[in-house]
Design a protein around this ligand. Structure first.
Ligand SMILES: Cc1ncc(COP(=O)(O)O)c(C=O)c1O
Length: 428
């Protein structure tokens, strides 16, 4: 692999070499690139909605055919029997997030799972009732934690702590986080952090945060919506109490698709943990005896509510097979190169209109690079769209660009830079 030096002219010249050395380049052919029949569109929105793996159509088709062929009996007779279809996903999903299969399940959607996890792991008392979340947490997470605080009879105005960015910056340094724990550690019941912040692209150190939270006796969970399929995660070893993520971003499983949920092994056999329960949490061997005596399953499966929705799971299976083939280690290595390349090109550009919000160090970023536009001038983003660059604009002033290692090339990144450079000439 070639080393990128930030800001080096060499990096600018080298996209052909980089693509040539990229052993994952052929994975691009596994995906449908939007508007490919209408021009040369370049897609950088895998942090919002991942592209469609071509194979997902046949995976869904197979389930539709089995439904047509067997009706209800497809639960047992389908090529992949539906009754425990989620199990076909478990190992590969666990592999992506560095968890054990017992700790991993695919079920529901992200916000639903976040609530289910808070039911179990946010157990406030008057002395220890606070939730710590990051500044500019995804709004849904903020609504969810505030509603949980209220549900327990407390007031978010004095039970929610926001991890504010360092003075003059948009990101949060670890020493700032330590200070917050020194001050409030004994009052915090739960820490909930997005592993990669959706706005700044800052990646938080899961292991260090978990150690710190546990040192102060707090439970800690992660929203990995922007982390799963993006970072090289090691959830089991890093040890958070829980994590939840969606599968429609980096995991390419289709719009609104299902959520993954991680519950650390140390909680997997504790049947006393309070939880909301549905019939899919009950012992799978005897589930259809329809007994009213509940026998909870160990592990993350013991948090399931409903029987699995087969069609989105078929999409997810198609995608996870690609992740298994490519391997997270290689994907992350390429991703760091892609985003490093983009950052070095932007540094070269050195334009007064743009400011890179995302931290430069490898440990502190995922695939996404957040480019802040001075004076919140959205016209730059609009011009990128006119030039067939699919990126996104996040209010108030950020263009998010996510080169995704499964389907973006170094040429794509260079193309983005060339177009942006041209556009910025109008702003000099
Ligand atoms: C960081 C983050 N958290 C939570 C959500 C909400 O996810 P869902 O609508 O699947 O519940 C999103 C959606 O984009 C997100 O990006």
């Amino acid at each position: 692999m070639l080393n990128i030096i930030y800001g080096s002219m060499e990096a600018i010249k080298d996209f052909r070499l980089l693509d040539k050395a990229d052993e994952l380049l052929e994975f691009k052919n596994e995906f449908n690139i939007p508007y490919h029949d209408k021009g040369n569109f370049t897609y950088f929105c895998g942090n919002s909605l991942g592209l469609q793996p071509k194979s997902s159509v046949s995976y869904v088709q197979r389930e539709m055919e089995d439904w047509a062929k067997y009706g209800v009996e497809a639960h047992l007779k389908a090529h992949n029997p539906w009754v425990n279809y989620h199990e076909f996903l478990t190992e590969k999903m666990a592999e992506v997030v560095g968890a054990k299969p017992i700790e991993t399940v695919v079920m529901n959607t992200l916000s639903v799972n976040l609530h289910l996890m808070m039911v179990s792991f946010y157990r406030p008392t008057r002395q220890r009732r606070k939730i710590l979340i990051e500044y500019s947490a995804f709004p849904s997470d903020r609504y969810a934690v505030e509603s949980q605080i209220k549900f327990h009879g407390f007031d978010p105005s004095d039970s929610l702590i926001i991890l504010n960015p360092d003075t003059g910056l948009d990101t949060v340094g670890f020493s700032t986080i330590e200070e917050v724990f020194q001050k409030h550690g004994e009052e915090i019941a739960l820490v909930l952090i997005g592993s990669v912040n959706y706005y700044t692209g800052q990646a938080y150190p899961i292991h260090k945060l978990t150690k710190l939270a546990h040192h102060y006796g707090c439970k800690i969970g992660f929203d990995l919506a922007h982390g799963a399929g993006n970072l090289l995660l090691n959830l089991h070893d890093d040890g958070p109490d829980f994590a939840v993520w969606c599968s429609y971003k980096y995991l390419n499983s289709g719009p609104g698709s299902l959520s993954g949920c991680f519950i650390h092994e140390r909680h997997c056999y504790n049947f006393e943990i309070p939880r909301f329960i549905g019939w899919w949490a009950h012992d799978k061997i005897n589930r259809f005896k329809m007994s009213s005596d509940l026998k909870l399953m160990p592990g993350a499966e013991g948090w399931q509510l409903s029987n699995p929705p087969i069609l989105p799971m078929a999409c997810m299976l198609a995608s996870l097979e690609l992740f298994h083939k490519a391997g997270m280690k290689k994907l992350r290595a390429k991703s760091l190169q892609l985003s490093g390349y983009l950052i070095s090109l932007l540094i070269q550009l050195n334009h007064p209109k743009i400011n890179i919000l995302t931290p430069f160090s490898d440990e502190e970023r995922g695939a996404q690079v957040s480019i802040q536009i001075r004076d919140a001038d959205k016209s730059i983003y609009e011009k990128l769209s006119t030039h067939q660059i699919i990126s996104d604009w996040r209010e108030p002033d950020v263009i998010r660009v996510a080169p995704v290692p499964l389907y973006n090339s170094f040429q794509d990144v260079f193309h983005f830079y060339t177009i942006l450079k041209e556009i910025l000439k109008d702003y000099e």
